[in-house]
Design a protein around this ligand. Sequence first.
Ligand SMILES: C[S@@+](CC[C@H](N)C(=O)[O-])C[C@H]1O[C@@H](n2cnc3c(N)ncnc32)[C@H](O)[C@@H]1O
Ligand code: SF4
Length: 462
Amino acid sequence: MGFSPQDIVFDLDLIHKYDKPAPRYTSYPPATEFSEEITAEDFKQKIAESNIRKTPLSLYFHIPFCESACHFCGCNVIISHRKEVVEPYLDHLYREIENTSSLIDTENRKVAQLHWGGGTPNYLSNQQTEELWNKINKHFSFEENAEISIELDPRHVDKEKVFLLRNLGFNRVSFGIQDFDYKVQEAVNRIQPEEMIFNVMEWLREADFESINIDLIYGLPYQTLETFEKTIEKTIKLNPDRIAVFNFAYVPWLKPLQKNIIEEALPPAEVKLDILKMTIEKLTNAGYVFIGMDHFAKPDDELAVAQRKGELHRNFQGYTTMPNAELFGFGATSISMLYDIYVQNYKKLRDYYETVEKGELPVARGVILNEDDIIRRDVIMNLMSNFQLKKKKIEEKHNIVFDEYFSEELEMLKSLEEDGLIKMYPDRIDVTPAGRLLIRNIAVTFDVYTRNKKEKRFSKAI
Ligand SMILES: C[S@@+](CC[C@H](N)C(=O)[O-])C[C@H]1O[C@@H](n2cnc3c(N)ncnc32)[C@H](O)[C@@H]1O
Ligand code: SF4
């Protein structure tokens, strides 16, 4: 008998001992291993190989623009009121779609998953939204039950936009709330009255979106246990299918925008832990289950269902039920993730535009995976997604003897078992309910790139 994968225990002593910076493992090797040695030619070669696999497609489109700057924002964004910035961006995005899709066997490979992210995809006008949608549909065809999702900024949607998106074919939405408290909203330059949020939710329900996710952030200025408790209560009332509660990644040296945040107003570490504990208790009492890494979902949501079956997976877009789909990212900064190569597009618009104009794929950097990377990725993603590792599954897939291949790691894991984060059996490793909040710190044992590094390049889990 193992644990139910969705039980979770908040153990303060373990958190204090183990919560060290570690990658979020949306990929293995992590993005910190990307190098400029990987080129568009490498990517082309790997696209040709992926065509032989005939795997389904997952497409990501990045719309980097936002109308105003949220001072906490850590995403790749361009803040502009001048809507003229969109046209040249879309022109280049269209060229990239033409260039890349011509290399993909789109006859035999259908789109299983599509996501528009940002920035703010609803920065596009209704006409531009339709135009981009049509362009994608001209070059790709979709599976019948494809997951088609979009990120929205609730401050800039109206009922018409909601219905336009649903009628085009979008069936999932994710939007940011971050915090309902006015003082917090003011401090981060993101005012959004409660009424507005509830209206947007009502429109989305009326339009019959299949799954609605909302984002919250804890650790923002002026948050206290009491204020965030109210935010959680309002969120439960809003009744979304999924809730992401992110730990505020405060990295002003990387994101100058965050210098606008008054450091003294940030809640101290102990308050953040109290907030997290309360959040977990309230959400699980309200019937949400813990999926892992900041994510909660209703028990009948497909992520929760897949996790109970031990079939959940993880990729650059987070948790997913589609293991085989290979990800192609379009637009500046986007990441593509095929079986044995990851590449990232240029971040600066100028570089992105220049390469696309030359008819080249705008690859800035990446990594090619070797056999060991692929085995370790499988182990890490299984642990991250399902809180369990069945040795036989890895052995059969990769033709290894688990206990021999990972003898060093199994030795390292002994102290984690003594502390109660995991339980090791001859045939499997289970992550205990107390180990689940520290899953990154367990997974890092299998990560040969990160585990010996001293640098602080990753955020802490909690
Ligand atoms: C691209 S935004 C979502 C869409 C839309 N732009 C919006 O803000 O509503 C993705 C999410 O990342 C989260 N986020 C952004 N910056 C963050 C940071 N520094 N730390 C933690 N989470 C962050 C926010 O919760 C945000 O909703
Ligand atoms: S949180 Fe969303 S709206 Fe705010 S700056 Fe970041 S991407 Fe833009």
